[in-house]
Design a protein around this ligand. Structure first.
Ligand SMILES: Cc1ncc(C[n+]2csc(CCOP(=O)(O)OP(=O)(O)O)c2C)c(N)n1
Ligand SMILES: [Mg+2]
Length: 362
């Protein structure tokens, strides 16, 4: 056996059906035939996501939100994935998935409640088959697998999707989730948004695997790389993985190769760890102009689509601002109220300490 050989039984080339210039490419395995309405709808959601994302950043800069992690650059990865799912397929997000939240019908203000610190898990997520955002990296991948295993027992044919970052793939929880899902053939799709960075840690410091998708080989599940800036490819790959999960075929690991164009969060200064050349390179691969060029090439891009998207975004931004400005001030001790059904002695003590501290400040 030659131990110097790298595992190579997985095609490392990301699936793409649109060139960076916006021209269509045929792919033997993925059919991207959609109606013109479906095609423009994807574009509109990307434009909406970018505009609402920018409003989140503005509100944070105005001091209305404590923090915000922008998804700028990752719109195709998110919109393409969401478009391939059913509304009862449960999403288990990390925290950067604004495009998915909006497409699911979760109000922007409900997302804002998390980043303002008004309400820990946001409002209305479970009603839209979406778990609360997970700030602890990777823990939710296990929840996604557990929920996926529950679906067949409940007689449901829904699946779950665990959204994980490139950095999250280094977490023990994600390893356990992948292994368990494969062993139990759980109807779960692992959707890695490889945006090249985990705060200031580049992908090259995250793994020595030929790609993140290659990790699937070790778990015994299919792994596939997709161009995460190609909305149609992301949609097509997710659709196949979802069909596989729904028909009892088990989990799939998808690596959507994309880029975080913005800082990690509003608290981050990326100029300290990455070059402008790198950002410029990815700006040229921006998924939105790329898809606009594709639609234009097919004679499907019209100013009305842009206007419709901007109107929808403006309404969502207004709803976000109102929700954030009108957010109730939550009593600080509520922090302890939902930890456990019956509070422990420690929790009561800590709550008392906080109250005493607050009354000293008054
Ligand atoms: C268990 C845990 N460890 C560390 C952190 C600190 N942390 C917050 S975000 C982050 C990077 C995550 O990177 P990635 O999974 O690539 O997601 P991205 O932010 O790029 O979308 C880290 C290490 C955390 N939140 N939870
Ligand atoms: Mg990352």
């Amino acid at each position: 056996m030659d131990l110097s050989r790298q595992p190579d039984d997985l095609d490392p080339r990301p699936v793409a059906v649109i060139t960076p210039e916006g021209l269509p490419v045929d792919h033997p395995q993925f059919d991207v035939t959609l109606s013109s309405e479906e095609l423009t709808e994807l574009y509109e959601w990307m434009v909406v996501t970018r505009a609402v994302d920018a409003e989140f950043v503005n509100l944070q800069r105005q001091g209305q939100l404590a923090l915000y992690p922008s998804c700028r650059g990752q719109e195709a990865a998110q919109v393409g994935c969401a478009a391939a799912l059913r509304h009862d397929d449960w999403l288990f997000p990390q925290y950067r998935e604004l495009g998915l939240f909006l497409m699911r019908g979760i109000p922007a203000s409900a997302v804002g409640a998390v980043w303002r610190g008004t309400w820990h898990g946001g409002w209305g997520f479970p009603e839209h088959a979406c778990a609360a955002m997970s700030i602890p990296i990777g823990t939710h991948a296990l929840h996604a697998v557990g929920a996926a295993m529950a679906a067949p027992r409940l007689g449901e044919d829904s699946l779950t999707v665990a959204f994980i970052g490139d950095g999250a793939t280094s977490e023990g929880d994600v390893h356990e989730a992948l292994n368990f899902a494969a062993v139990k053939a759980a109807p779960c799709v692992f959707y890695i948004q490889n945006n090249q960075w985990a705060i200031s840690v580049p992908l090259s410091e995250q793994t020595r695997a030929p790609s993140l998708a290659h990790k699937a080989v070790g778990y015994g599940m299919p792994g596939i790389r997709v161009d995460g800036n190609d909305v149609l490819a992301c949609r097509a790959v997710t659709e196949q993985a979802a069909a596989r999960a729904r028909s009892g075929g088990g989990p799939t690991l998808i690596e959507a190769v994309t880029y975080r164009l913005a800082p990690h969060t509003t608290s981050d200064d990326p100029t300290r760890y990455r070059t402008q050349d790198e950002v410029d390179h990815w700006e040229r691969l921006d998924p939105i102009p790329r898809y606009r060029r594709y639609l234009a090439h097919r004679g499907l891009w019209h100013e009305e689509a842009e206007d419709r998207a901007r109107d929808r975004a403006a309404r969502m931004c207004a709803e976000l601002r109102e929700g954030v400005f009108d957010a109730p001030d939550v009593p600080p001790t509520e922090l302890f109220a939902h930890v456990l059904r019956e509070p422990t002695k420690d929790l009561l003590e800590q709550s008392g300490q906080l109250l005493a501290e607050l009354s000293r400040k008054e």
